[in-house]
Design a protein around this ligand. Structure first.
Ligand code: GTP
Ligand code: MG
Length: 284
């Protein structure tokens, strides 16, 4: 059956192959990326940020599913006009991924003033906001709020940021979102936290990917989306990961898990490096 697909634009590893052993090995490697005893950490925290409805919660569910080896749902993901996620919540996974803590945020809207949201994000990154806090579009959290943590430790801070964006939207983002995205990136960089991007919905952008996931690293249109996102966010192309979340399916196989595993491994490696270099002091 001949869907034309070219040479791979990404080779995740020198002898990378689409086979079950690759997925097994990735999972094994991921399982071994854990905080050192000296770091005083039990978990690697990542904050998931992005535009409303682009698949942040779905990505967290995909990671959680990988952890338990079957499709599972830890947070609500749905096609709604209003934001589905309204609270900041952290999720610790079970199974193979119990070293991962993912923070889910409400999606921002490009056209609105996101100053209060940005202030909240800065405080979340620094560890000042407890899980369960409800975002208020009109104001950011105050030190009197019951969800405000006045004296965060290293384990309350974020060790990595994952920007989630739909593959198909990367073409449109440039003009409309530069100001807000730039403010978010400036905030992240000012705290020296590593950042990567996950491009969701590769199956919607590419028929070839929809037909077979192993086209994802060969499809030109996906490559272009990755390049554009890297430019827009000013991060390396190698830190932009296209995926298809498991949300629309009843179960997933090793094949579908490979792109998600590659993104997951990168987050853990970046967080590990960051916490290794952190001096244990929480900078205010
Ligand atoms: N086809 C497809 N649909 C996806 C993918 N990822 C997410 N979706 C769908 O996109 C919709 C929005 O996903 P969510 O995870 O709720 O998006 P979100 O970014 O958390 O949205 P807010 O919390 O409202 O900001 C849901 O219907 C998901 O099933 C994907 O990779 N492929
Ligand atoms: Mg959500």
């Amino acid at each position: 059956m001949g869907l034309q697909i070219g040479r791979p634009w990404r080779q995740p590893d020198q002898d990378f192959k689409w086979q079950k052993e690759t997925a097994d090995q990735l999972l094994e490697e991921i399982n071994e990326i854990r905080p050192t005893a000296e770091s005083g950490l039990n978990n690697f925290n990542a904050l998931v940020l992005g535009i409303r409805g682009h698949g942040k919660s779905a990505l967290i569910n995909s990671f959680a599913s990988i952890g338990v080896g079957r499709k599972t749902t830890v947070c609500n993901a749905a096609p709604k006009i209003d934001s589905v996620t309204t609270h900041y919540r952290t999720y610790q996974f079970l199974g193979n991924l119990d070293q991962c803590v993912l923070g889910d945020t409400t999606g921002f809207i490009l056209s609105t003033d996101i100053k209060p949201f940005l202030d909240d994000i800065k405080l979340i990154l620094k560890g000042h906001v407890k899980s369960g806090y409800k975002f208020d579009p009109d104001k950011s959290i105050s030190p009197e709020d019951e969800y405000y943590e006045p004296t965060p430790g290293l384990s309350d801070k974020m060790h990595c940021v994952i920007i989630v964006s739909e593959c198909g939207q990367s073409y449109e983002l440039h003009a409309s979102m530069t100001v807000n995205i730039k403010s978010i990136m400036d905030t992240i960089h000012s705290l020296n936290i590593p950042v990567m991007a996950v491009l969701t919905k590769a199956d919607i952008l590419s028929e070839k990917v929809k037909f077979s996931i192993d086209a994802i690293f060969r499809c030109k249109i996906i490559e272009k989306a990755v390049d554009l996102t890297a430019k827009q966010l000013a991060i390396p192309v190698s830190k932009v990961f296209p995926v298809v979340n498991f949300e629309q399916r009843d179960h997933f196989t090793w094949k579908e898990s490979i792109p998600v595993l590659i993104a997951l491994k990168s987050y853990l490696q970046m967080a590990q490096l960051h916490s290794h270099n952190a001096d244990g002091v929480v900078h205010q």
